[in-house]
Ligand binder design. Structure first.
Ligand code: NI
Length: 167
């Protein structure tokens, strides 16, 4: 297993639309394991392949306190959205920035598991937020794009400054 480098906003590669996984093989399982390790080590509660510069439809999520409920979703698709709720979100690709985003309160998702088998699940609350946030990454969208133009400009400048100072 290995820790992967996480792309930081405003890296243009974060706007790549990911391609579906055609076959769930050992390479995909290896990448999923590395992504989980990277997410836990950050620490974070979700990570999309897009964020580690792999543009395929694969996300890992674990919102549990004990970090023992890893969920791997391959080719995830939202079948149903219901209600609306506003949560404060953050993102490993946008370090230090948190802001409120409105999303569906309840979703039903279909995906492939690590054995390549299709399953469906319902999610509400934080889990629903997290899955919607990660699927957005696969579509090339970062959560700050839901914020005002002014906030996006400020965030971009702040992160570019941080990146310069880290060099
Ligand atoms: Ni994110």
């Amino acid at each position: 297993m290995a820790l992967l480098k996480i792309l930081h906003y405003p890296d243009p590669r974060l706007h790549t639309v990911a391609k579906p996984v055609s076959e769930v093989d050992d390479a995909i399982r290896g990448l999923a394991a590395d992504m989980a390790e990277t997410m836990y080590s950050a620490p974070g509660i979700g990570l999309a392949a897009t964020q580690v510069d792999r543009h395929i439809r694969l996300i890992v999520v674990d919102i549990s306190e004990q970090k023992n409920r890893l969920l791997t979703l391959i080719n995830p698709r939202i079948l149903m959205k219901e209600g609306e709720s506003v949560h404060e979100e953050g993102c490993l690709s946008v370090p230090g920035i948190y802001d409120k985003v409105a999303r569906a309160e309840h979703i039903r998702v279909q995906a492939l598991d690590l054995a390549g088998k299709t399953f469906e699940m319902d999610a509400t609350g934080l889990l629903a937020v997290c899955i919607q946030h990660e699927i957005d990454h696969l579509d090339g969208k970062v959560f700050v794009e839901y914020l005002s133009r002014l906030k996006q400009t400020r965030i971009r400048h702040k992160l570019l400054k941080q990146a310069r100072e880290a060099m």
